[in-house]
Design a protein around this ligand. Structure first.
Ligand SMILES: [Zn+2]
Length: 212
């Protein structure tokens, strides 16, 4: 796949506000994690009030019911390193004060199966890397994806893409680990994109590599 084409698919930096002159990679990663955690805390706050972010494709359901079903789905995958909630991050720009606040929604349940190979891939990456990793971006609803400048064909809209940043390893080590596992294991085919402060992983069905 031509480099320009792959760049056009996923070159979206959610924490773009932090990139630039004079900001170290370490500070950029820390800021991205903090922003994601703030956004998620706000989302978890909505659990108590019973509101569920929805893109309107599903019938009304309480957040507790949705979370219960999704937790059971992820439990069935028998992952070693990730909890269900980690796959439901709504993105740093979705949080209070974010430039796309409230534009994302939880992934519709008909998309959950497309997460499975990606979840297994990142679980294998996490085991090999030996450092915990933070998921900064997972599902993106159309409105949110458009707002943050995501490409129209982004794999995040299908819920088969995750943006990861390491807590105690380098982004390069995370990237190399992902490429090594994909090369050695026919179970995973997909895109691996390296950015300054995170790595994009998806299982689109064909291999693609790029540096953003
Ligand atoms: Zn991505």
């Amino acid at each position: 796949m031509p480099v320009q084409e792959t760049l056009g698919i996923e070159a979206t930096l959610e924490a773009g506000e932090f990139s630039g002159e004079g900001v170290s990679i370490e500070d950029e990663i820390a800021a991205a994690i903090l922003q994601s955690e703030r956004s998620q805390a706000e989302f978890l706050g909505t659990l108590e009030s019973g509101q569920i972010p929805s893109d309107g494709t599903e019938a009304a359901e309480t957040t507790a019911s949705y979370m219960g079903r999704f937790t059971a789905f992820v439990a069935g995958l028998n992952l070693r390193h990730f909890s269900a909630q980690e796959f439901l991050v709504l993105g740093g720009s979705n949080g209070p004060g974010g430039r796309c606040a409230g534009r994302n929604s939880l992934p519709p349940s008909d998309l959950w199966p497309t997460l499975e190979p990606t979840a297994r891939f990142v679980d294998a990456i996490r085991a090999r890397l030996g450092s915990s990793v933070v998921i900064l971006s997972a599902y993106r609803a159309e409105s949110y994806n458009g707002c943050i400048g995501g490409a129209s064909r982004s794999q995040h809209k299908r819920f088969c893409a995750l943006d990861l940043t390491p807590r105690a390893a380098s982004v390069s080590a995370l990237w190399e680990t992902a490429r090594s596992i994909r090369a050695a294991n026919g179970s995973f085919t997909g895109g691996i994109g390296k950015y300054r402060s995170f790595v994009h992983i998806d299982t689109r069905g064909n291999n693609a590599d790029w540096v953003g």
